[in-house]
Design a protein around this ligand. Structure first.
Ligand SMILES: Cc1cc2nc3c(=O)[nH]c(=O)nc-3n(C[C@H](O)[C@H](O)[C@H](O)COP(=O)(O)O)c2cc1C
Length: 366
């Protein structure tokens, strides 16, 4: 199938180290995701036969379109890794040109490779010759604000034969400090003849619909949105879901069972599953519903749910370690989360009193 046909209109689940683990992708699949990408896989580590890296290539049987994202800067090594990913079921392979982490950029990978369009073109060409499946690139806007090279980079990849371009609308230097620049993403969509998939700050279904309608992108991609609210994929077809705390808990329980199925329910598996659950809980607690005045929370601002509708919703909105540990352990042990230890309840009451006081401040000042 043509990449364009596979991707058009989709909300893609982004490549995320740790976040795009196989059980979490299965959860998102159950909630309606149809295109997803692996965690970043380092080609060199595959060459070194590292088992943990091979595990990242695994596709769940029910995944309809699974891309494997590769990091590397040697054309032959990347071509070999792409063929390996294809042999293991990848529906497309993607090249990481955006990873900002020093450890990788110092080796010339990720965003550092994104500074070398000529080299990127050669890598794409070599990979294309090695596989039948589509080859894509995931780029940023540039290294920093005064070194934007997104149009050159996208064109170089397409000259090399790239079948699609994912664009995260920020520079390496910006990290998450500024909102994604969808105007720049729109420029890329106009500049290359292959599908462009825009990425940055997508959290609600109207974000997806607006970007699809106004940017020329074939599809849109979400990373933190999928971590904070995996039901975003369902919202795409069913509309905004004013989800209750109980409904959220059902989804978190489902992830717990998928995680235990994947890593195993013995001591070793449970330790792995707990580690991932705890990590995910750190994103789940960031969910805030639509505001009472009808406006939408934004990804750029950390908001607290000022008026939790139930004790459970209040608990699930807590970002402190004791609360996140409690939620994690209750999920793992199939507890009902209804009886938090007295110390947690006390700190919650304290928190709420503090928050009420904060809210009253402006009134008093006025
Ligand atoms: C936890 C986490 C891990 C990520 N890992 C990767 C990765 O391995 N490869 C990659 O290309 N981008 C990675 N990203 C970046 C996302 O794919 C995405 O481009 C970025 O978060 C912007 O999208 P968002 O605003 O929807 O979060 C990661 C993001 C997060 C939050």
């Amino acid at each position: 199938m043509l990449f364009r046909d596979q991707i058009t209109g989709a909300l893609v689940m982004a490549p995320m180290t740790k976040g795009s683990n196989l059980p979490y992708r299965r959860l998102c699949r159950e909630l309606g995701a149809r295109v997803m990408i692996s965690e970043m896989v380092v080609a060199r580590r595959l060459k070194q036969k590292r088992r943990s890296e091979y595990a990242l290539l695994r596709k769940a049987p029910e995944e309809p379109c699974f891309g494997v994202q590769l990091a590397g800067n040697k054309p032959e090594e990347m071509a070999w890794a792409a063929a390996l990913a294809e042999a293991r079921g990848a529906d497309f392979v993607d090249i990481n040109l955006g990873c900002p982490i020093d450890h990788f950029t110092r080796m010339g990978l990720g965003a550092a490779l994104g500074r070398q369009p000529g080299r990127v073109r050669r890598i794409v060409e070599t990979m294309k010759a090695a596989v039948q499946v589509p080859v894509t690139v995931k780029i940023r806007l540039g290294w920093k604000a005064d070194q934007l090279n997104y149009l050159d980079l996208a064109r170089a990849a397409v000259d090399g034969g790239a079948d699609g371009v994912f664009v995260h609308g920020r520079t390496r230097e910006a990290r998450y400090r500024y909102p994604a620049n969808w105007t720049a993403i729109t420029e890329v969509a106009a500049a290359v003849p292959v599908p462009v998939i825009g990425n940055g700050d997508v959290l609600f279904p109207h974000d997806v619909h607006d970007h699809l309608a106004s940017t020329g992108c074939a599809a849109v991609m979400t990373a933190r949105g999928a971590l904070i609210k995996p039901w975003l994929f369902r919202e795409l077809t069913d509309g905004y879901w004013d989800i209750s705390a109980e409904e959220r808990l059902t989804l978190y329980r489902r992830y717990t069972s998928l995680a235990l199925e994947h890593w195993g329910a013995d001591d070793h598996g449970r330790t792995r599953a707990r580690d991932f659950l705890r990590w995910h809980a750190g994103f789940w607690c960031r969910y805030v519903p639509r505001r009472a005045d009808g406006s939408w929370p934004s990804m750029q601002q950390r908001e607290v749910n000022a008026t939790p509708r139930s004790p459970l919703e209040s608990l699930l909105s807590r970002t402190d370690d004791p609360a996140l540990d409690y939620v994690t352990d209750e999920l793992l042990n199939e507890g009902d989360l209804s009886t938090p230890p007295p110390a947690l309840v006390a700190t919650d009451n304290e928190r709420r009193t503090r928050r009420d006081a904060e809210q009253e401040d402006p009134v008093e000042a006025g």
